[in-house]
Write a protein that binds this ligand. Sequence first.
Ligand code: PGA
Length: 262
Amino acid sequence: MIPRRPLVAGNWKMNGLKASLAELAAIRDAVAAGHAGDAEIVVCPPATLIAAAAELCAGSRIAIGGQWCHAQSSGAHTGDISAAMLKDAGAIFVIVGHSERRIEHAETDGLVRGQAEAALGAGLTAIVCIGETAAERREGRTLAVLERQVGGSVPTAAGPGSIVIAYEPVWAIGTGLTPTPADVADAHAFIRRHLDALMPGEAGAVRILYGGSVKPANAAELLAAADVDGALVGGASLTCKDFMGIAGVYRSADASRGDRSP
Ligand code: PGA
């Protein structure tokens, strides 16, 4: 099996003012103290905070990400933001295809793929979100939706180093509801099989995150599910305490033994 480094990403959504950077500094310091083990930690603040967040985390173990990018590299698109701009501001990652964008802005698989391609073109790693709605799940169409979204949203030129998949059932986002770990494992294995068609021989190295109501109380069992390589965390990423309560699942025995903090 190809080893995959765990990744825990926080999506702050439309939350956060300059004062919120104090929380990011606390996250940075907790990760530096070993509280997340060897996991890779990403925080995606709103676009207005990316440059300051990147400066605050420069030289640390925290990577900064954007929450969206345009499919075009520049042009007459008032209010939008390009992948190159995110990169220029200090981002390393960008989320594309989040269900809130797909639903609130009618973003299609094709558009999401264009955004992911733009991200790759700018040198960013794209976190491509997919997941079924409650109605699709009720109708037994979960796997068909995931197959369509993987085939339609993931760039064919993507490789394990440039792409991360986040499986986020829409009905689990912000609701406190979660699938069972067994359901998550099934979905992730299915996604990985379909990724194999896009990048033969490389799908085993792609990280697939689970997202949707991940909290400190359920993180251990969700992250222990087979084929789960980390989490995309919304609400619980807004405070250091909750975010570290999740990322702390990856804290190794060594790190805790070496922790001299009071
Ligand atoms: P949540 O959001 O953790 O608040 O459910 C997850 C997400 O939308 O990425």
